[in-house]
Design a protein around this ligand. Structure first.
Ligand SMILES: Cc1ncc(COP(=O)(O)O)c(C=O)c1O
Length: 399
């Protein structure tokens, strides 16, 4: 499949500035089509969801379209797609709701590879009900997650695991982990925020009971999504207002949905489906596009890693066998924050930090400081990788 990066780039107004964006793991650039969809929704005749006026029906259609779009993107059921303000907010909500079904002595499993948004909500919810937290670590030398099986018991109620680390890119074997959780009668909550931007996702094949993602990481607006298994959602009783809908998934969506952002989500999914010329259902086109994106990004990652390995005093921490194109580096004699500032001065955006993957950064021995994160995106080019490498070489050159 030919991936025409220049024609993809032409659809992003912000890339005209010439800045090389390696900051995608924090949030991608946005194509014009998504911004247009947001504006069109806001300037159209729109009311609260309903069936009487055309404006009400328009709002209803936006919501249902967005659920179908996310379901196509994730290989999930539209009836289980819950929208919220962010992945963090949704995960806190689900943690509090699920914790009501836990008893003292029950166990919750979290990992040191996860962003804190898939750690702290579970740790705090467990504490509130006297449940025990079991930690799964990873090998700092390889970046591979330890065996989750060792943390499971008959008391395990939930396993929270990332589909990909936003700091070092490791992709744990989520389907196996979900199977292990289910064998113990536990649920599996997967943080798909980082993975969804880079690879085709198949929530059903993962076996995830909940799969969380954030459309602003894949060209969409700033909001969050959890694709839950509808039959699991049906058994949960979140706090909600008396007059609001008790249907699934509306039961989990507090207040009025941001219709304009949902219209932007649908546009983002359609944009992904169109990244490479292909035919078939939208789901099939999404899989074709993200497969091509994965290959494009892997090529660039190999180029970046080869160049980084030739620079003096550079340590690359992204080493897992299966990983996203997100490369964390540190420098023997320089602070990553200084490299970040230097690169910004030459039009290359590659931020430094731990990016809320605080457990991961500490486990690597990098404290709360982390490193320089080079995140490749579908709009990244070889020339940009070369600019990054040249910028770092200049930064590291003795004065
Ligand atoms: C892996 C991962 N999980 C969760 C989050 C939190 O997402 P949100 O900003 O939607 O709360 C992020 C954000 O960077 C992330 O990278």
């Amino acid at each position: 499949m030919t991936y025409d990066v220049e024609s993809v780039r032409a659809r992003f107004p912000s890339l005209a500035t010439g800045t090389a964006h390696f900051d995608g793991p924090g949030g991608s650039q946005v194509p014009a089509a998504v911004a247009d969809a947001v504006r069109d929704a806001m300037t159209s005749s729109l009311a609260n969801r309903g069936v009487v006026t055309a404006a009400e029906r328009a709002a209803d259609a936006i919501v249902l379209d967005a659920r179908r779009a996310l379901a196509d993107l994730l290989g999930a059921s539209p009836e289980g797609v819950v929208f919220g303000r962010s992945m963090t907010q949704l995960t806190y909500d689900f943690a509090r709701t699920l914790a009501r079904t836990w008893s003292p002595g029950d166990e919750v499993v979290v990992t040191r590879l996860d962003h804190d948004a898939n750690v702290r909500p579970w740790v705090q919810a467990a504490e509130a009900v006297g449940a025990v937290v079991r930690w799964v670590a990873f090998d700092p030398a390889t970046g591979e997650l330890d065996d989750v099986a060792d943390a499971l018991s008959e008391r395990t109620r939930l396993v929270a695991v990332t589909a990909a680390s936003n700091l070092i890119g490791t992709r744990p074997a989520v389907a196996r982990i979900a199977d292990l959780a289910h064998e113990r009668g536990a649920l599996c909550y997967v943080d798909g925020v980082h993975l969804t931007a880079h690879h085709p996702v198949d929530v059903a094949a993962f076996g995830a009971d909940f799969f969380a993602c954030s459309p602003y990481k894949f060209f969409g607006p700033h909001c969050g999504v959890v694709a839950g298994r509808p039959e699991v959602l049906a058994d949960l009783r979140p706090d909600k207002l008396l007059p609001s809908s008790d249907a699934v998934p509306e039961r989990f969506e507090l207040g009025t949905l941001p219709y304009e952002l949902l219209a932007g989500c649908t546009a983002a999914v359609d944009f992904i489906a169109d990244l490479v010329p292909s035919t078939g259902t939208r789901r099939e086109r999404i899989v074709a596009s993200l497969t091509a994106v994965g290959e494009h990004e892997d090529r660039l990652r190999e180029r970046a890693e080869a160049g980084l390995s030739e620079l003096p005093g550079v340590t690359v921490w992204s080493r897992a066998g299966s990983r996203t194109p997100t490369v964390l580096v540190t420098f023997a004699d320089h602070a990553a924050a200084d490299a970040y500032r230097y690169l910004a001065g030459v039009g290359v955006n590659a931020p430094a930090g731990a990016f809320y993957a605080i457990e991961t950064s500490r486990w690597l021995g990098l404290g709360d400081t982390g490193g320089l994160r080079v995140g490749l995106a579908p709009y990244s080019t070889e020339a940009e990788v070369d600019r990054l490498l040249a910028g770092l070489a200049a930064f590291l050159r003795p004065a």
